[in-house]
Design a protein around this ligand. Structure first.
Ligand SMILES: [Zn+2]
Length: 459
C-alpha cells in the first residue's frame, strides 16, 4: 500500500478541500437552466492540454476496442449529443470504447470521453448509453477535472506562487505532479465529488431532453446497474459517487425543462452495436503493473506471539513485540523490520503489517459507509489498481464496523497484496485499521491480525 505521506494526511486534506468548496448547483428556472462551472485556476485551453497529456497515459494503461463499427457508433452518438450540451463546447471531442466489461465511463478534461464495452453490453437501449455519455459530457463542460485539481493545488501552494507558475512551463503535468496530482486512470481529476456528480446529472439529463431522448434514462440506468451488477460497477461509483436522492433531483429538473417529450429510447444502430460488442472476444486481463515496483526484499521474520501495546489519542492497539511502530498524529504504522519501503522521495509503501489512523470525513453527516468510501477513494490516489473485493459488517466493542477486503499491487516486485480495512465510527470520524500482507502470505498473518483487531480500544 503506497502512501504519499504518513497515513495519507495530505490526501485527507486534498479530499476534504475538494469536497468543501464546490461548484454551486445551478438554479433551474422554467425559461432557462443556467449551468455554472466552479472555481478553476486553469484556462479552457489548458483543459485541452491536460486532457491530451492524460490521453497518452490512460491509453497506455487501458486497452481500447478496435472495431470500426462499434467505435463509429459511439463516436456518432457522442457528436450528436455535443450539439445539445450547455456552455462552451469548443473541445476536440473524442469518444472511445475501453475493452473492459466493468460498467464504467470517464471523461478527461478537454473532451476526451471513454466508455467501457461493459456499458454497451449492460444497456437495454440507446437512451441509457446516451445518458452515460451525456453525464460524462457534463463533467467536461463544467470542467470538474481541473476544478478538482485547482482545489488541490490551492491547498498545497501559496496563491502568489501558483499565479506565477501556471502556464509558464511547457508542461502542466510537472506542475500537477508537484501538487500530487498524477495522470492517467488513478488521477484525482477522475474522482468527482457528490456535488460535481449532481451537476453532471443535471447537465446529462438536460442534454438527453434536448436531444429528444427520454430524460429519465440516465438516472434510471445508474440505479439499475448499481443493483444488478454491484461487482462490475465498483469503479464507476467510486469515481462517480451517487448524489443523494439522484432520481428525485433529476425528476425535479425534468419538470422544469419544458413540456414532456415523447422521449426516444432505442435505435436499430444501438442494437446492432450491442450485438457486435457482445460477440467480441473476451477482453484482455487488466495490466496489473502500471507502476515501477520496488526491489524485492527477503520476507520479514514471523510475527512474535508476544504482543505489546501502542497508545494514541483516539485508540490503542496491541502488536507483535518484534514489530516497529512509526507514529504520526493520531496514526501509526506497525510493521515488521523491512516491512516499510521507501519507493521514491517522500513516498513510502508498506508491504507488511498494519496501519491505524483516525479519519475525519469531509462532511459532518457522513456515516460509516460514506466515510469508508471516501477513505478508499483517497487511498486510490496513490494506489490506482486498488480493488474492493468484498465488504461486510461486524461489531467492535459493541459498535458497528465495516470490514473491507481489498486487492492491490504490492510494493514488492510483481506481487499482489491483500489488505483488510476495518473501519469503526468513533466520535467525529472513524478509526481505521488497515492490515497488509502480500497475497500469498495473508493467511499466515491472519491470526496476528485477528489478535490485533480484538485488542483495539477506542478512546
Ligand atoms: Zn460522474
Amino acid at each position: 500500500m503506497k502512501r504519499r505521506d504518513k497515513l495519507g494526511r495530505g490526501e485527507r486534506l486534498l479530499i476534504s478541500l475538494a469536497v468543501a468548496c464546490l461548484a454551486v448547483a445551478p438554479a433551474a428556472s422554467a425559461e432557462e437552466i443556467k449551468f455554472k462551472p466552479g472555481f478553476n485556476l486553469f484556462s479552457h485551453d489548458q483543459d485541452i492540454q491536460i486532457g491530451k497529456e492524460n490521453v497518452a497515459e490512460v491509453e497506455k494503461q487501458l486497452p481500447l476496442v478496435k472495431d470500426a463499427r462499434i467505435e463509429a457508433y459511439v463516436n456518432d452518438l457522442g457528436h450528436r449529443l455535443v450539439a445539445f450540451a450547455p456552455g462552451n463546447t469548443d473541445y476536440p471531442w473524442t469518444f472511445k470504447v475501453v475493452n473492459s466489461q466493468d460498467i464504467n465511463a470517464f471523461a478527461l478534461p478537454g473532451g476526451f470521453i471513454y466508455v467501457n464495452r461493459g456499458v454497451l453490453e449492460a444497456a437495454d437501449d440507446e437512451a441509457q448509453v446516451a445518458g452515460v455519455v451525456a453525464h460524462e459530457m457534463g463533467h467536461v463542460v463544467m470542467r470538474h477535472g481541473t476544478h478538482q485539481a485547482s482545489q488541490a493545488m490551492l491547498a498545497q501552494m501559496p496563491l502568489a506562487i501558483l499565479g506565477g507558475v501556471l502556464g509558464q512551463s511547457g508542461s502542466l503535468t510537472a506542475e500537477l505532479a508537484q501538487a500530487g496530482i498524477g495522470l492517467g486512470v488513478g488521477s484525482l481529476m477522475l474522482k468527482n465529488s457528490r456535488s460535481a456528480e449532481s451537476q453532471a446529472d443535471e447537465v446529462g439529463t438536460y442534454i438527453l431532453y434536448r436531444a429528444g431522448y427520454d430524460p429519465h434514462a440516465m438516472a434510471q440506468f445508474f440505479e439499475i446497474i448499481e443493483k444488478k451488477y454491484p461487482q462490475r460497477t465498483i469503479e464507476f461509483f467510486s469515481d462517480h459517487p451517487n448524489p443523494e436522492n439522484r432520481i428525485q433531483k433529476v425528476d425535479a429538473l425534468i419538470a422544469q425543462l419544458g413540456p414532456p417529450n415523447q422521449g426516444r429510447r432505442d435505435s436499430p444502430e444501438f442494437q446492432a452495436a450491442k450485438k457486435e460488442t457482445l460477440a467480441l472476444p473476451a477482453p484482455p486481463k487488466a495490466k496489473s503493473d502500471t507502476q515501477p515496483a520496488a526491489k524485492a526484499i527477503s520476507p520479514p521474520p514471523a510475527p512474535s506471539s508476544r504482543l505489546t501495546k501502542y497508545s494514541a489519542d483516539s485508540f490503542a492497539i496491541a502488536y507483535p513485540d518484534n514489530w516497529q511502530a512509526q507514529s504520526g498524529q493520531d496514526s501509526v504504522a506497525l510493521a515488521p523490520p523491512g516491512g516499510v519501503l521507501t519507493v521514491a522521495q517522500g513516498e513510502w509503501a508498506q508491504a507488511y503489517g498494519a496501519a491505524v489512523s483516525k479519519y475525519v470525513p469531509s462532511k459532518k453527516g457522513f456515516g460509516l459507509v460514506d466515510a469508508t468510501q471516501e477513505m478508499l477513494n483517497a487511498m486510490r490516489q496513490s494506489n490506482p489498481n486498488l480493488r474492493v473485493v468484498d465488504q461486510k459488517g461486524l461489531r467492535i466493542r459493541g459498535r458497528s464496523a465495516l470490514s473491507t477486503r481489498i486487492e492491490n499491487d504490492s510494493p514488492l516486485q510483481g506481487q499482489k497484496e491483500t489488505d483488510r480495512l476495518v473501519t469503526v465510527r468513533w466520535r467525529d470520524g472513524i478509526v481505521a485499521v488497515l492490515f497488509i500482507a502480500p497475497q500469498a502470505e495473508f493467511e499466515s498473518y491472519r491470526p496476528t491480525f485477528d489478535a490485533m483487531l480484538s485488542s483495539l480500544e477506542l478512546r
